[in-house]
Design a protein around this ligand. Sequence first.
Ligand code: LLP
Length: 423
Amino acid sequence: MHEFKYKNNRLYCENVKVEDLAKKYGTPLYVYSYHTLVSHYLKLKEAFRSIDALICYSVKANSSLAILKALVDKGAGLDIVSGGELFRAQKAGCPAGRIVYASVGKTDSEIEEAIRRGILFFNVESLPELENINRIAKKLNQVTRVAIRINPDVEAKTHKFITTGKITNKFGIDLDNAYKILLQRRKFPFVKICGLHIHIGSQITESAPFVAAVKKITDFILHLRRIGIALEYLNIGGGLGIVYNRESPQTAQKYADKIIPYLKKTGLKIILEPGRFIVGNAGILVAKVLYLKSTPKKKFLIIDAGMNDLIRPALYGAYHQILPLRITPNALRKAQKVDVVGPICESGDFLAKERKIPQVKEGEYLAAMSAGAYGFSMSSNYNSRPRAQELLVVKDKAYVIRRRETRDDLIHNEVIPEFFIGL
Ligand code: LLP
């Protein structure tokens, strides 16, 4: 499933000993496996081969240029949500015709830029947004394509912060209003409504919510066809769950087998927008143990990575497996329940709570597993901590894909007003 494995009691990424990387490049350090990344993309591509789906990798999951380039070179398109992600998509060499653009809050300049670049289509999330895209396209005298994002009102059975397909969520347009918009489509002459889009949430481990949503949208498409509204694309979003702990998520093949019969009925070109499934298990966050601290009630393992490097545990109570980079039978025997915490001044700054971890000494290293998705991309400079370095391992070689930030990077855009100087 992934290329992070112990050999002779040392954790390896592909053929590289992770401890050597930690010593050479310092910590906190993100390490990605090229082979894991690409093989997850290919697994999904293969599962949907019978309908030749376009896989638009969701840039927000991990937007590092080298990650994007690796996938784009294998034929992936990209799912973007901002002008910044459009910029990255271009830098990674993604053809505009393979870019789809979602987000409830696209600005005028972002819309204009995307139209000029000729992206495949916008995923439109509201009527005012559709009107705005039409207005901007008219100004540019260029007809642009959109897909209506439908909110299918299904329960995704995942964390409430990452559920997006319930009618109380801010995303998409309900079926009734989408229908009204489609009937009035001639009111928007500079917009061609060429498809529909759904995305019901993230880290969804069962097939049932996907099937429910796809079934609803298929019925809708067939109805539209009967009344003479023909579409070209159906974008079924992302959301496929991965293994963090003891989940047993559907495989790519099982997911495909369950929904392809419905997708085939639509006769439309199918697009997927997976993020986590492709990159989640392809990355780890490596940290050094700074101190072992015992209090009357608890044992803390204080490490040099914090919630600014990986915020998922603090934000969602997410589970990441914690593995030592070196493991001995003795250390395993002496495993203890500890809180693995960072140096940040917040009690929410933890990577694991009450977790049984093999004995480690100060100066040794730990890895937070499955940190490839929504790890670095959600990192920040909180507590004025430079953001981590990122490496991509390909077989027996590690490439720096992002240098560690420096102190100067921290204050790069800051200005002390001259006003203070005279004081
Ligand atoms: N398409 C749309 C429209 C999305 O909003 C998202 C994710 C995706 C695709 C990709 O979803 P994926 O395949 O990665 O599940 N920060 C959270 C996850 C937020 C997901 C946001 N939208 C986390 O760390 O769990």
